[in-house]
Design a binder for this molecule. Sequence first.
Ligand code: AMP
Length: 505
Amino acid sequence: MASYLYHLISSRFPSRDKVFIETLDNRKITYGDLDTGSARLAGALVSLGVIAGDRVAVQVEKSPEAILLYLACLRTGAIFLPLNTAYTPTEIEYFLTDAKPRIFVCDPASRDKLAAVAMGAGAAIETLGDKQNGSLLDKATGQSETFKDVDRGPGDLAAILYTSGTTGRSKGAMLTQDNLASNALTLVDYWRFTKDDVLIHALPIYHTHGLFVAMNTLLVAGGSMFFLPKLDADAIMKLMPRATSMMGVPTFYTRLLQHPGLNKEATRHMRLFISGSAPLLAETHREWREKTGHAILERYGMTETNMNTSNPYDGDRVAGTVGFPLPGVSARISDPDTGKVLAQGEIGMIEVKGPNIFKGYWQMPEKTKAEFRDDGFFITGDLGKIDERGYVHIVGRGKDLVITGGFNVYPVEVECEIDALPGVMESAIIGLQHPDFGEGVTAVVVPQKDAQIDEKQVMAALDGRLAKFKLPKKVIFVEELPRNTMGKVQKAALRETYAGLYKSS
Ligand code: AMP
């Protein structure tokens, strides 16, 4: 045996000198480099005491070396645990205490402020920068270019990705080797990726979209990618004549639509534009098609499930839908309260089942149990329907999740921070349609009687406590929050009241 997922990936490596990653500063990382670089890092991890099943938590900037580290974890049997670069030390403390990693790898610039946090959680701290620097790379330099991969089977864990919890506590989604392998194989096939593909990769690599959907798919296809540190419309426009495909969140498409150079000629070399992680407005789909002649292919997945559904490669890519269940994946709609499976066309909870579905939440057996039906279907928390042609439509999110620029913000987490401020009685966080971010995080705050508190004070108090993407774009003050007879805050009513807030921004 070998390491299941790494074996799948490496068995499909094209020639060693083929480029896998090209960066904006013209660095080229070949498939041969992936092999030797990941072997050296695997050697370094082992020298630090990492054994199969250990967690390796990673909060680093996007770089080819971060990908080598992911592969090195697969080769040692360690569980890769990427963390959003925006997380503050307070947030990191929770993840490390919960996951108890053997090693925590951070950016060299963050070492000083995170060393105590790592030590408190019992993790050794190492660094990895985006300029081919850091203590972990130093340790890898003296290691062998070959590594005997540790045996791992399809059911062993490959990664833990934290998803914010509606209750305020983040949950670690445990993803097995086969969850990732099976989904990558399906996507290569469904989206027709081959070794001739060159993907524009401007997504972060701590999230399932950039890491697994993009990276694993291109690795299994033996293709190449342009690696951009972040969304940069000018750079993407320049790369398109040398690329074949792009995966992005809807914000990518709204930003590119504002670029004066976007037209049929500029996108002539591209064969596929994919969107996901948040709803793509039908308007964006239509405008993109008008300007470029390409129909954006929208798909639907989540951290816990990898990809579930996709619009077809051939056939109608229907705006406002997320397409069909992928081969091997079953989807159904149920009554959110009773779990009864509903008839075609009815709106209810989307449930999915397949080899892509995660193993459960890290050390939360009760939470895990509560989110699966007895017959193995996972309750996604998304509300939707399946139309007469079999296309899945997402109509809303049962959990009031706000998705801003492709990132999830769970209201409870931000509300807890605001409610703790002096002068605040209570608050509600809602997502409002935003022309740039998809949704803008918006705080509706009820001040205590006679308290003097303004938007500036709320924003200043939250700064540094929460990752920037979670911060409200606007704070609205009201005398009371609308509630139903059960005492629940009616967020739908709030969203309606303030629907046009960002129209002119
Ligand atoms: P994450 O776990 O960060 O990938 O977020 C998963 C959530 O993003 C899903 O449960 C959906 O609510 C949402 N999502 C993902 N893709 C789409 C899509 N194409 N349309 C609408 N919502 C989506």
